[in-house]
Design a protein around this ligand. Structure first.
Ligand SMILES: N[C@@H](CCC(=O)N[C@@H](CS)C(=O)NCC(=O)O)C(=O)O
Length: 222
């Protein structure tokens, strides 16, 4: 089987697929797409013009959750529970993770302090929900690493850079969330899902948003 991931260095949705394949020990190729100048061949396989796309022997699959499900159907070990009820619940939490990613984009693009504070509050509330949801064990669903973990590892990765700018209080006092974040950061598949220059690329990306966060970063640099 030849798997080829159409990728972007900073894309959290790409990381979901990469983490899943690394967990399953599947070898795959990776090609970075310039999302500011999408090639025609990429638009032909990506109806929404977004990364990730996974090519399996030239057959294209788009949307990260479709890719994760395909990898579950074709590669072991499974990262989805055997129980239908748990799988359905985890799909819900994956969607919850996507809504956090939208809030994070809202945070780093916010033009005013007010808009930034609103996004901070929305994120704080969502992580408080997660804190209540988490049980015992290293990961979202106890000691088994699941698809929900592939979704949250890239989310927590943003906070490594945010924390260098300031503590916005989003994760403050959430002990279970903090322990989960630490476990995910130490996981080899999570580490290998991005290149070594990810933190510096993210800083440049955030600085170039012309947003409230960019201003905070510039003040820090001056
Ligand atoms: N729902 C999509 C979201 C993917 C997505 O937003 N990808 C971003 C990069 S992280 C993208 O390709 N953006 C380019 C664009 O929207 O033009 C998924 O789960 O795969």
């Amino acid at each position: 089987m030849t798997l080829h991931l159409m990728s972007h260095a900073l894309c959290p949705y790409v990381q979901r697929a990469a983490i899943s394949m690394l967990e399953k020990g599947v070898s795959f190729e990776r090609t970075d797409i310039d999302l500011a100048k999408k090639p025609e061949w990429f638009l032909a396989i990506s109806p929404l013009g977004k990364t990730p796309v996974l090519l399996d022997n030239q057959q294209a699959i788009f949307e990260s959750t479709a890719i994760l499900e395909y990898l579950e159907d074709t590669q072991s070990p499974p990262l989805h529970s055997k129980a239908a009820i748990t799988r359905a619940q985890h799909r819900g939490w994956i969607e919850f993770g996507s809504s956090i990613l939208n809030d994070i984009a809202g945070l780093y693009n916010a033009q005013t302090e007010d808009a930034f504070d609103q996004k901070t509050a929305a994120l704080e509330a969502k992580f408080a929900q997660l804190e209540r949801q988490l049980g015992e064990g290293a990961f979202f669903a106890g000691n088994a690493f699941t698809l929900v973990d592939t979704v949250f590892a890239p989310i927590f990765r943003y906070f490594d850079t945010f924390d260098e700018i300031a503590d916005f209080g989003i994760l403050l006092g959430k002990e279970k969330v903090a322990a989960w974040r630490k476990e995910l950061a130490a996981r080899p598949s999570v580490k290998q899902a991005v290149s070594a220059n990810y933190p510096s690329l993210l800083r440049v990306f955030l600085l170039n948003r012309n947003s409230h966060l960019s201003q905070l970063m510039k003040r820090q640099l001056s």
